[in-house]
Design a protein around this ligand. Structure first.
Ligand SMILES: *[C@@H]1O[C@H](CO)[C@@H](O)[C@H](O)[C@H]1NC(C)=O
Ligand SMILES: *[C@@H]1O[C@H](CO)[C@@H](O)[C@H](O)[C@H]1NC(C)=O
Length: 362
């Protein structure tokens, strides 16, 4: 799905959230897109080959060692033994995103008993489809489960591992503070995403969103404390025309003292977003949703409805954070004028204005 730009240019906007905003930082802007990924996969490939030589007990994972699912689903990360050593343990670990100084163990089994650990533990179990099956099941997937996992066979002599990636299917959206552009440090950016039913995106998630059409001219935090922005159509006011399209990087920034926007990531939701028309103030919008047994939608819920359920609505509506947006999957002239699908925004209008309806979530 393609989406470019979130701003409806056809109406007058209030406040300071005008985009494209020129990014004229003195910091050198480095472009790395394709080359970066070639490098990453090369490393991965080498690892796989090394692993391949050593494997005696575990089966080589499938060629594409990636499992893809949506939030709320149950998944299995395959890990099979070829033969059983007399005594062994299998240890499942989540390798990424890293929690510094902590080995993020998910589950350990000795072939009979199993024990779950950490945040994932309560939702993790072994599939045990047959005696050589050490595959990991994770129930009710959460956004943070995305990442790389290791299945490690430990028998005290030739320990060996296979690596698998769990990818949560979802959508990345840029998020700006009510107070304007570049107002979040890393912690605040993370909290802002959580407040919108999302998490801070990973680099891989931003990269994928860029390949799917995300072009955004403001820099935002990613969950590893780096700052980037994705550009498909190089232009003077977005870091210059002489660079190729790509993910522009500011690299790691000061997590406490540097301020940017956020790139949030969300996936499908259990509930639905629906629109209620009218000329409502923000307070009235809160109330009409409540009357329907719902709440004003979070920004992530609106993006999710747009991305996964094709929500298309040409009416601006209040959201829970006080912003006004509308989702377009079939672009048309009289609907903001932009040629690409996207969630358009009017920023954060004066809450006493009576120009908009409400997007509710239930
Ligand atoms: C996931 O597994 C649990 C427990 O087996 C089950 O109750 C639930 O319905 C499953 N969820 C989905 C989405 O299949
Ligand atoms: C919002 O609009 C009302 C009425 O026009 C005005 O009194 C109020 O000062 C405005 N609030 C802000 C924050 O601009």
């Amino acid at each position: 799905m393609i989406y470019i730009g979130n701003i409806n240019y056809s109406r007058k906007r209030e406040g300071g959230l005008v985009c494209p905003v020129s990014i004229m930082h003195s910091v050198a802007v480095i472009v790395f897109a394709a080359t970066y990924f070639t490098w990453t996969s090369a490393v991965f490939h080498t690892q796989r080959q090394v692993v391949h030589k050593k494997l005696r007990y575990l089966l080589e994972p499938p060629v594409y060692a990636e499992v893809t699912a949506r939030r709320g689903a149950n998944v299995t990360l395959p890990c099979l033994l070829q033969t059983k050593p007399p005594r062994y343990k299998v240890k499942w670990t989540k390798l990424e995103p890293l929690r510094r100084g902590v080995e993020n163990i998910v589950l350990i089994t000795n072939g009979q008993a199993q024990k779950g650990y950490g945040l994932l533990g309560p939702r993790a179990s072994l599939r045990r489809a047959h005696p050589l099956d050490a595959s990991l099941r994770i129930n009710n997937l959460e956004l943070g489960d995305d990442g790389r996992y290791r299945c490690e066979l430990i028998n005290g002599i030739d320990d060996e591992s296979v690596f698998l990636t769990l990818r949560i299917e979802g959508v990345v959206f840029p998020y700006q503070s009510t107070n304007g552009r570049y107002k979040f440090n890393l912690q605040e950016a993370s909290e802002a995403c959580h407040g919108q039913d999302a998490t801070l995106a990973t680099y891989k998630q931003l990269y994928r969103a860029w390949t799917e059409g995300l072009d955004w001219c403001n820099a935002g935090w990613l969950n590893d404390g780096t700052v980037h922005y994705p550009i498909l159509k190089p232009r003077a006011q977005c870091g210059g025309e002489k660079f190729r399209p790509g993910i522009r990087s500011y690299g790691p920034k000061d997590k406490i003292r540097d301020y940017f926007d956020a790139f949030c990531f969300t996936s499908i939701t259990a509930g639905y977003v629906f629109f209620i028309g009218g000329h409502l103030t923000f307070a009235e919008a809160l109330e009409v949703c409540r009357e329907k047994g719902a709440e004003l939608a979070r920004v992530g819920q609106l993006y999710s409805a747009w991305h996964f359920r094709g929500l298309d609505r040409c009416d601006g509506g209040w959201l829970y954070d006080g912003s006004v947006r509308f989702p377009i999957t079939t672009p048309r002239e009289r609907c903001g004028g932009l040629s690409d699908p996207g969630v358009r925004t009017f920023g954060f209008p004066n809450k006493t204005q009576r120009l908009y309806g409400a997007y509710c979530y239930r």
